[in-house]
Write a protein that binds this ligand. Structure first.
Ligand SMILES: Cc1cc2nc3c(=O)[nH]c(=O)nc-3n(C[C@H](O)[C@H](O)[C@H](O)COP(=O)(O)OP(=O)(O)OC[C@H]3O[C@@H](n4cnc5c(N)ncnc54)[C@H](O)[C@@H]3O)c2cc1C
Ligand code: SF4
Length: 336
């Protein structure tokens, strides 16, 4: 049996209390649903003296439509659970890919506990580190992300390339979401596309004394189709081994309409989701045009180069990135 280490727990009821606790207790960690943090504590990947629970911070739980300088948006509190997110009528109406991604995380029980804030701030994962300490010791005393000084994925490498396995992060980037943070200096807003860094040890720009308070996702200004494709071995419980978020803006509300803009974001490569570039040739093509699928899938295959940081061989996963991209577009076209 894996035991939790000892720690103190604080139960603030407001965001500014959370910020004050973070500021006054360096090394303290936020716990929301605990579905990522607590297993990591059991695996002795860290040993914080204090956990700051968000369980009683009611202001983190709202989903509401707001007006911003650039148009209407949906604000989603960081404490909204994945079940609530996947079932919310506004989210399902405006952001079906986000509802779908939230609804594929783990299992119903974990989605009832896990929050979108925790999903966004999910620690990076690696087949060599998300193991018991005993296991890690047995392969040479751990690695850069645990007790050791080497990387087993990139031998000789000086950086950790553990993967961000969050289902929602690529989708939020594809939807041009913003992340709202509160800290001792006040509030700041970071585009989701700039929230992550390619460093498996410290993979977000969030400062230690900051809390993610909400996400702001702009509503589409015209017709749009979006999807989330995820490959796992089992249909439930598993983290993604391949994940692709797709968004197509259309000239009219019809899959035979021309694509006026698109954003494709892949996850589970390294610590930072990859925004697929060089898709200009897809603009102007119909979503239903097989040539569009070929352009997008080829770009995904060329630019998404998985590492051996999560299970399954990297060359196979690379093929699957393209396969799941094609299937997602086919499903969008079939849905009409
Ligand atoms: C068996 C199993 C399967 C899983 N499968 C998946 C999967 O398929 N896809 C997937 O995406 N995830 C998966 N997870 C991971 C996890 O359940 C989800 O990512 C969940 O959304 C995490 O949310 P949480 O509230 O439980 O986070 P917590 O565990 O409470 O926190 C996670 C991290 O985020 C930080 N954090 C939490 N809230 C905030 C905030 N508001 N501001 C700043 N930092 C914050 C914490 O300090 C911690 O570092 C799985 C977990 C398990 C145990
Ligand atoms: S990528 Fe390397 S350093 Fe990072 S967790 Fe995996 S083995 Fe450790």
């Amino acid at each position: 049996m894996l035991r939790l280490p000892q720690f103190g727990v604080e139960l603030p009821s407001a965001i500014d209390e959370v910020v004050a606790l973070l500021r006054d207790n360096p090394g303290a960690r936020i716990v929301a649903g605990g579905t990522d943090l607590l297993p990591n504590l059991k695996h002795q990947l860290e040993q914080p003296a204090m956990l700051i629970s968000l369980a009683q911070v009611a202001e983190l739980r709202a989903i509401s439509e707001v007006s911003t300088e650039v148009g209407p948006a949906l604000e989603i509190g960081a404490g909204v659970t994945l079940t609530e997110l996947s079932e919310d009528p506004l989210v399902r109406e405006h952001f079906p890919s986000l509802a779908a991604a939230a609804g594929t995380v783990a299992s119903p029980l974990i989605r009832n506990m896990g929050t979108i804030g925790g999903n966004l701030n999910l620690d990076t994962r690696c087949r060599y580190v998300n193991q018991t300490k005993f296991w890690r010791q047995a392969i040479g005393g751990g690695c850069l992300k645990s007790e050791g000084e080497v990387c087993h994925v990139v031998p000789g490498g000086r950086n950790c390339v553990a993967a961000l396995s969050s289902d929602c992060a690529p989708v939020l980037i594809s939807l041009d979401a913003e992340v709202v943070l509160a800290g001792p200096q006040g509030e700041r807003v970071v585009p989701a596309a700039k929230y992550y860094k390619a460093d498996g040890l410290r993979h977000t720009v969030r400062e230690d004394a900051e809390i993610t308070t909400k996400l702001r996702v702009p509503l589409a200004s015209g017709p749009r189709r979006s999807a989330y494709a995820k490959w796992t071995v089992r249909k439930s419980i598993d983290f993604p081994l391949v994940s692709v978020a797709l968004r197509f803006d259309l000239a009219s509300d019809d899959v035979d309409a021309a694509v006026t803009g698109l954003k494709i974001v892949a996850g589970v490569l390294g610590a930072k989701p990859r925004i697929v570039a060089k898709l200009d040739d897809a603009i102007g093509k119909k979503l239903s045009d097989p040539a569009l699928t070929s352009i997008v899938a080829a770009a995904v295959h060329k630019q998404c180069k998985p590492l051996e940081n999560v299970p399954y061989e990297a060359p196979y996963r690379r093929q699957m990135f393209a396969v799941f991209t094609k299937r997602a577009i086919a499903d969008l076209v079939a849905a009409g």
